[in-house]
Design a protein around this ligand. Structure first.
Ligand SMILES: *Cc1c(COP(=O)(O)O)cnc(C)c1O
Length: 357
């Protein structure tokens, strides 16, 4: 099916809820736009795509996703440019990753034309929900879950895929205090850490809560075998600047392949910085910090783009990093990337897709 052959039937709201939205004070993840895109999988095929008002759905208590966790998700953003057009950032990369997660969780792949058509039609319908304010965006949440009404443990034969959205404000987060996790594990080799599978996040809540109780915003995961190497920071990839070089752990089966991570590394290389994707030992960070060479540390992810790290705790010691304002590499990358996403800078790699309203 080609894209123009597909027009997804839409049942529209009679009255938009957009007046409920205060663009100057958007609370993350609480107000949802008017519509959602829904498509069901059964008899071996995706069927009956539709756009309908955002709202509750009824599910049977035996819905298998609720028991055995066949549930995956994505997170992406749409921005408004100076002309009022809507720009999506690398949406096909999100779809490709969704399908990698789907394969790992024994779920069906979603075809690109169906995903893009649903996404574009939804964005056109809910265009007013993409905030015009600089720094704000419409966060999109594509996700898929198993819908078989059956409590045997086996892959479901039916699934539902949905995209809904919520406006999000500028990320004015303070620089994070993080602590290196010495005991709990997010992901082990051979596991599903590279998938955005719901259970990975459920299992991370307790370790994160324990670190928060000790006064840290977030934890840094280490490898499952030895707890010697850095993996990720919470639900972000993590990067360091040591002695002028941008260094990050390589993607593997235990590390999620962030689209922000890839964008940041690509831009950094283009801007002429030295980039190393390799294992980062905790001892390397400790020694670099002692020698005054640990210049920058930050997480990367769709929500924050770049979340600066102020302090890294390890084994009883807080390592304080240089002030955020002076961090040349991460600040430059954050600015350049935001310019590309909002159409204010050239986009030689075609990361941005414009929606014709
Ligand atoms: C989503 C996610 C990221 C960041 O991915 P982006 O594509 O950059 O948003 C990193 N790590 C984990 C564990 C994630 O779930």
């Amino acid at each position: 099916m080609s894209i123009d052959m597909l027009t997804i039937p839409a049942q529209c709201v009679t009255e938009s809820r957009i007046q409920e939205l205060d663009y100057n004070n958007i609370e993350f993840g609480k107000i949802f736009s008017d519509h959602m895109f829904v498509v069901d999988y059964k008899d071996g095929a995706w069927q009956n795509p539709q756009i309908m008002p955002y709202g509750p759905m009824s599910l049977n208590p035996a819905t298998s996703a609720l028991h055995y966790g066949q549930a995956i998700f994505e997170g992406m953003k749409a921005y408004r440019d100076a002309n009022g057009d809507i720009l999506m950032f690398r949406p096909v990369d999100n779809l490709n990753r969704l399908n990698i997660s789907a394969e790992r969780m024994c779920m069906p792949a979603l075809p690109e034309d169906l995903f893009m058509q649903g996404l574009e039609q939804l964005l056109r319908l809910d265009a007013a929900w993409v905030p015009p304010t600089s720094g704000c965006a419409l966060y999109l949440r594509p996700f898929m879950f198993a819908t078989d009404d059956f409590i045997g443990v086996r892959p479901s034969a039916t699934y539902r895929f949905i995209i809904f959205s919520c406006p999000v404000g500028a990320y004015y987060g303070q620089a994070l205090k993080v602590a290196i996790e010495p005991q709990f594990v997010r992901s082990a080799e051979g596991g599903a850490g590279y998938a955005k599978a719901a259970g990975n996040y459920g299992a991370a809540l307790l370790p994160a809560r324990k670190m928060q109780d000790k006064g840290y915003h977030q934890l840094i995961w280490t490898d499952a075998k030895e707890h010697k190497y850095i993996e990720e920071s919470g639900t972000m990839n993590v990067m360091f600047v040591i002695d002028g070089k941008l260094i990050t752990p390589p993607v593997s089966t235990t590390i999620l392949k962030g689209i922000t991570r890839d964008s940041v590394l690509t831009l950094a290389r283009e801007l002429g910085y030295t980039v190393e994707e390799r294992k980062v030992a905790i001892t390397e960070l400790v020694e670099a910090h002692k020698a005054g060479k640990l210049q920058e540390a930050f997480g990367t992810g769709t929500a924050a783009t770049i979340a600066q790290i102020a302090t890294i705790h390890y084994d009883g010691t807080d390592m304080d990093l240089p002030a955020v304002e002076g961090r040349e590499i991460s600040n430059r990358l954050a600015t350049e990337l935001d310019k590309i996403k909002t159409g204010q800078a050239p986009d030689p790699l075609n990361w941005v897709q414009r929606i014709n309203l």
